[in-house]
Design a protein around this ligand. Structure first.
Ligand code: HEC
Ligand code: HEC
Ligand code: HEC
Ligand code: HEC
Ligand code: HEC
Ligand code: HEC
Ligand code: HEC
Ligand code: HEC
Ligand code: HEC
Length: 472
């Protein structure tokens, strides 16, 4: 017997006892506690049906979760439908529980769902709103405790109702890592787990890895083998609404840059970027002071700050700084927190029109939006505001051409044979600005300064070498 099945049986045992003790089934019949008793011999067949009435049928045993859920918009979704819309099947399919008939905008039936006593089959109070079983699946008639977890953890189940957010998410950065998405046993998933299901990586690359640090209910759990890419529930707590859009509470806490620069070598806390704290938890550089110094002194097979130094760049911190040189923008934000109180989120998660009758909603491609820039930089035609991106791209090209080459590219690994120390010092700036990925927008002054200082440093070293014949 595998251990999962064993735990399952124990849980069912506990449940049976629990149910007898709390007596939360309510009257006989398929609808559970608050539903009317179903006439004998009729009703939705042998399969699972919706119990509904989460607060009672689940709340006995999951009180904390139920209390949290009651504060979310899911628990009062039906009240958003007013007038004729309160009976419009098109609207009801997403604002109630178990409504699996599909209707188009004009109220035409597209596909017929199963008869599981959802709101379409039996519009009763118990299955109003987006209840526990809307996400966990039908668990009646007598509470069979086999909640559906997987589709919720991948976000697939959210897509059923949140189609606009999903369509963007699943075609952009966070959603495209697992190319064979709906085949969790497939090869892509195996490679994903092998590469990123390691404790050194899972915090930032794997949803459950992140939750083990940033979600209270996940702390102390072991890493599951069916873990998934960054998805809806990585950022949104399905059961709590302490923050706008149910953003995870702990994830909005302090984010620590591993190396803060010469005046904060032992780490630098980012604390006041509002919802941008969430992004900064993962999008920061990885090496600490010792590891950067090690790279500069001894070379490295995987040099640079990792792919993710965006938070560091915005804070104007965290790159290697060459002794004796001054760095503009060091420790300074170009866009202050009074201009952009949610920093990353203000530029990257912006309300846009998806043709939703309710008006614009937050896009989930996580790409920055020009429309946002234009609210302040009126007339901006692209992100190259003030020519910053062109200038940074030119500087990068110039610096790149001065660094050791392999097949017409900057050599990807640093050794002490092909790379001088001065080249490694300059090379760090090259990688830091490249990997940031914004071509200077995240901090124009720091980016420019890192690159020009690196170019000058290399030029001086070359001039010295010419004079003395000794490597700089
Ligand atoms: C009689 C007590 C009891 C009732 C009622 C109850 N549960 Fe549970 N539930 C448990 C126990 C015990 C566990 C296993 C321990 C845990 O994960 O908290 C559990 C686990 C779960 C899990 C996690 C399963 C997993 O694979 O990790 C979900 C989801 C869940 N319950 C949902 C519900 C929903 C939805 C309802 C209402 C329809 C409900 N429960 C009603 C006791 C109960
Ligand atoms: C059965 C349909 C349905 C499912 C499934 C569903 N939602 Fe929702 N969700 C809604 C509706 C409807 C609302 C708006 C409620 C209202 O009327 O205020 C909503 C609201 C939200 C909000 C709050 C937005 C705000 O402005 O506060 C978040 C966040 C959210 N859902 C996330 C999720 C996530 C994450 C999942 C999957 C784990 C999910 N939802 C699954 C229908 C659904
Ligand atoms: C495909 C699923 C779906 C359908 C169909 C749907 N909604 Fe929604 N509705 C949602 C989701 C999801 C949200 C939460 C949106 C968000 O915050 O991005 C929502 C939010 C809302 C809100 C805003 C609630 C708030 O608190 O801000 C209203 C009002 C609303 N819907 C009314 C309607 C009406 C009226 C219809 C029918 C004409 C309808 N919905 C059809 C899924 C749906
Ligand atoms: C919007 C979808 C959604 C709704 C509504 C929802 N859940 Fe969940 N639930 C999830 C997802 C996704 C997970 C797995 C991720 C996690 O733990 O955050 C989960 C995890 C759980 C777990 C196991 C992990 C834990 O936190 O202990 C339990 C138990 C649970 N839910 C019970 C409930 C109960 C009870 C309700 C209703 C009061 C409910 N859920 C409503 C989506 C939902
Ligand atoms: C501090 C958080 C963090 C940690 C820890 C981390 N990464 Fe990353 N990594 C990121 C982020 C964020 C990106 C995406 C950056 C971007 O695209 O701009 C990324 C991108 C990557 C990429 C390139 C993009 C891709 O999807 O192929 C690779 C490869 C990678 N990481 C490997 C690893 C490995 C291997 C580990 C563990 C040894 C690891 N990372 C640990 C945050 C992290
Ligand atoms: C990387 C983190 C992240 C991921 C992944 C993510 N979201 Fe969001 N989501 C956000 C942020 C940030 C906001 C904006 C919150 C705000 O400013 O109020 C948001 C907003 C929302 C809203 C509120 C929209 C509105 O217009 O009021 C809903 C609903 C939502 N997300 C659902 C989803 C769903 C469904 C998924 C999965 C397809 C998802 N999110 C994936 C971070 C994320
Ligand atoms: C749990 C860690 C995590 C969080 C939180 C997170 N990201 Fe990411 N992000 C990643 C990783 C890892 C990648 C690389 C793709 C992947 O492996 O999922 C990535 C990719 C991206 C990309 C695409 C980069 C490219 O090279 O195409 C953008 C843009 C992005 N993230 C922005 C954001 C924003 C904005 C936020 C905050 C709302 C955020 N991310 C929150 C981990 C995270
Ligand atoms: C002033 C607005 C602004 C802020 C604030 C901002 N970004 Fe950006 N970001 C941009 C622009 C503009 C680009 C470049 C996009 C382009 O050239 O296509 C970019 C590029 C990126 C990229 C590379 C995208 C890709 O497709 O390769 C990532 C990842 C990213 N930002 C993440 C973040 C994170 C994480 C934060 C917060 C720590 C943040 N950004 C804050 C505007 C912003
Ligand atoms: C809330 C208003 C606001 C938004 C939104 C905004 N900016 Fe800015 N931006 C400013 C202000 C004010 C400055 C001048 C700050 C300073 O130099 O002290 C500035 C400066 C800049 C600079 C430096 C210009 C130079 O010549 O050095 C660039 C580049 C820039 N912004 C790009 C962007 C991009 C790209 C976006 C959108 C992704 C954006 N900004 C969104 C207000 C904004």
């Amino acid at each position: 017997m595998n251990s999962r099945l064993f735990i399952g049986l124990v849980a069912i045992g506990i449940l049976a006892v629990g149910l007898m003790m709390v007596g939360c089934e309510g009257p006989e019949g398929p609808q559970g506690a608050q539903g009317p008793a179903g006439p004998p011999g009729e009703g939705p067949g042998d399969g699972p049906v919706y119990l509904g009435n989460s607060a009672q049928s689940c709340g006995h045993c999951h009180a904390a979760i139920t209390d949290g859920w009651e504060t979310t918009h899911h628990s009062e979704a039906l009240a958003s439908l007013t007038g004729d819309n309160a009976t419009n099947p098109y609207c009801l399919q997403c604002h109630t529980t178990g409504f699996d008939d599909r209707f188009d905008h004009d109220g035409n039936l597209l596909t017929q769902g199963e008869d599981q006593d959802g709101y379409d089959d039996n519009p009763r109070d118990a299955v109003k709103n987006v209840q526990c079983e809307a996400c966990h699946g039908p668990m009646g008639p007598a509470l069979t405790h086999e909640p559906e977890m997987y589709s919720g953890r991948t976000g697939e189940m959210c897509s059923y109702c949140h189609s606009s957010e999903w369509d963007e998410y699943i075609t952009a950065g966070h959603g495209t890592v697992l190319q064979t998405a709906w085949n969790p046993e497939g090869e892509a998933h195996e490679e994903f787990i092998t590469e990123w299901g390691r404790s050194a990586c899972w915090n930032c690359h794997v949803s459950e890895g992140f939750l083990m640090t940033y979600a209270e209910s996940w702390q102390g759990r072991t890493f599951p083998e069916d873990a998934w890419q960054v998805t809806c529930i990585t950022c949104h707590d399905p059961h709590e609404s302490q923050n706008d859009a149910q953003l995870r509470q702990l994830a909005l806490g302090d984010a620590t840059l591993a190396y803060g620069g010469p005046d904060a070598p032992d780490a630098y806390p980012v604390t006041d970027w509002g919802k941008g704290q969430l992004c900064a938890q993962c999008h920061h550089a990885r090496p600490n002071a010792a590891s950067i110094t090690g790279q500069i002194n001894n070379g490295n097979q995987r040099p640079g700050p990792h792919y993710s130094p965006q938070a560091d760049m915005i804070a104007g911190r965290g790159s290697w700084q060459i002794e004796g040189m001054t760095y503009d923008g060091y420790g300074e934000l170009k866009h202050s927190t009074s201009l952009l109180p949610n920093m990353c989120v203000d530029c990257h998660v912006v309300r846009r029109d998806f043709g939703d009758p309710l008006g614009p909603i937050y896009g989930h491609s996580f790409e920055p939006q020009l429309s946002k820039c234009q609210t302040c930089h009126s007339g901006a035609a692209n992100f190259d505001i003030g020519g910053v991106q062109t200038e940074v791209a030119n500087l990068l090209e110039q610096l790149g051409s001065m660094l050791p080459q392999l097949d017409g590219q900057v050599r990807p690994t640093w050794d002490t044979l092909n790379w001088t120390r001065a080249e490694r010092e300059a090379g760090y700036a090259y990688l830091f600005v490249t990997k940031d990925g914004s071509s200077g927008i995240h901090n124009p002054d720091y980016a420019r300064s890192l690159l020009t200082n690196a170019i000058n440093h290399l030029s001086e070293a070359m001039a010295r070498e010419k004079q003395t014949g000794v490597e700089g």
